[in-house]
Design a protein. Structure first.
Length: 390
């Protein structure tokens, strides 16, 4: 049995621990709670699944479509790369139109982190290994505090500071933890505490040891991941071993499965890990694309109408509302039920297959009808006889 230090008491997760009253999930480490846009992370908050887009971020509409696809698959948070100034300049539009919190991934250029904070991103990820000016880290802490933006200190075994490597003789667990804590102290010195930390390594065993050590040293929420895990099959296995081991010990407040694959596959793998440990219970979830120049319907209004129409349905269903005939069908296929709307009609897609085409004015009624049917089927499979609509 894992022993946890006395100064980090264990508390049960009041958010999403079990899939049934008789089988609770792991008792979670007591971490402080921070905000990431509308989400709470840490403490007793449900563990969110993250992914990262692979589109050029400055192609904002394309990136928003990728975010919508990830959300349809169940992502709670998305990170976007910001290697160029034009990427940083696109963040305001992306943050405004994305329907889940957006984190800006910053390396080397601290000025892009400033732009991300000013653009309204929910969070910023900085790497101590390549943003080395301590006064700039302190500045980011001040600005983020004023804007209500969270910061993730993202330590990576492959990009540790030279001084740390020399001091510890390599990317050891002790080296990575020290790198993270030195950075947190810089932020604490300016009164910033809305921090979460990751200490990722490509070797799951090293990663496990590192997070265990970090969990003993701090109560900040921890973002779990095996970095550069590999292709879909082997990467999913490595991630399940690394992330799953720690979650089973109560360590971890948010996760990302890093794969050389479609980000949607990362989300699916992350959800599967949480569900297997009874750390996530699915419910009704309406997702929608943020709309763009290709949309031929009022997606925002349509999504709100669908949400209202499905109120009271109690079942683990993800319903996607997509307003694009280009990417919409593919995105809707990632949900249990969805619509790809355009040209005055909507293709209704159930479990990846188109089952009907309806007039635009009949989309809401059709989705409510099929969602109700699917919810009834789920309840029948579970042997539950109560109505699906509360």
């Amino acid at each position: 049995m894992t022993t946890f230090p006395a100064h980090l008491p264990m508390v049960p997760d009041a958010g999403a621990l079990s899939s049934s009253p008789d089988s609770p999930g792991p008792v979670r480490r007591a971490s402080r709670k921070i905000r990431l846009g509308p989400l709470e992370v840490g403490g007793d908050a449900p563990i969110p699944v993250q992914t990262m887009t692979v589109t050029p971020t400055h192609e904002a509409d394309l990136t928003l479509q990728a975010i919508a696809a990830a959300q349809a698959a169940g992502a709670d948070i998305v990170r976007v790369a910001v290697p160029r100034r034009e990427d940083a300049e696109a963040l305001g539009y992306i943050a405004e139109h994305a329907r889940i919190p957006v984190i800006a991934d910053i390396h080397f250029q601290w000025k892009y982190a400033v732009m991300a904070i000013e653009a309204g991103c929910a969070g910023v990820r900085i790497n101590p290994g390549n943003i080395k000016k301590h006064d700039k880290v302190a500045l980011l802490g001040k600005l983020a505090d004023e804007a209500g933006v969270a910061i993730r200190i993202g330590v990576n075994g492959g990009s540790l500071e030279d001084a740390i490597l020399e001091e510890f003789g390599g990317p050891t667990p002790e080296a990575m933890v020290e790198s993270a804590l030195r950075e947190t102290r810089l932020l604490e010195d300016v009164g910033f505490h809305d921090t979460k930390i990751s200490v990722k390594h490509s070797d799951p065993w090293v990663m496990i040891q590192t997070y265990r050590l970090l969990a003993e040293r701090t109560d900040y929420p921890l973002h779990l991941g095996v970095t550069e895990a590999g292709p879909l099959k082997t990467g999913s296995i490595k991630s399940a071993v690394g992330i799953g081991t720690l979650l089973a010990e109560g360590i971890g407040d948010t996760i990302r499965v890093s794969l050389s694959a479609d980000p949607v596959e990362e989300v699916k793998a992350g959800i599967a890990i949480l569900e297997s440990l009874h750390l996530r219970q699915r419910g009704l979830d309406v997702v929608s694309c943020p709309s763009c120049g290709r949309a031929q319907v009022d997606v925002w209004t349509l999504a709100e109408d669908v949400q209202k129409g499905l109120e009271g349905i109690e079942a683990p269903l993800r319903v996607a509302v997509m307003g694009c005939v280009v990417n919409g069908p593919g995105e809707a296929r990632e949900a249990d039920l969805g619509v790809a709307a355009g040209n005055g009609k909507g293709d209704i897609i159930k479990k990846g297959e188109k089952i009907a085409t309806v007039r635009e004015e009949d989309i809401v009624e059709a989705l409510v009808h099929y969602a109700t049917e699917m919810a009834e089927e789920i309840r029948a499979e579970r042997g539950e006889g109560s109505p699906v609509v509360a």
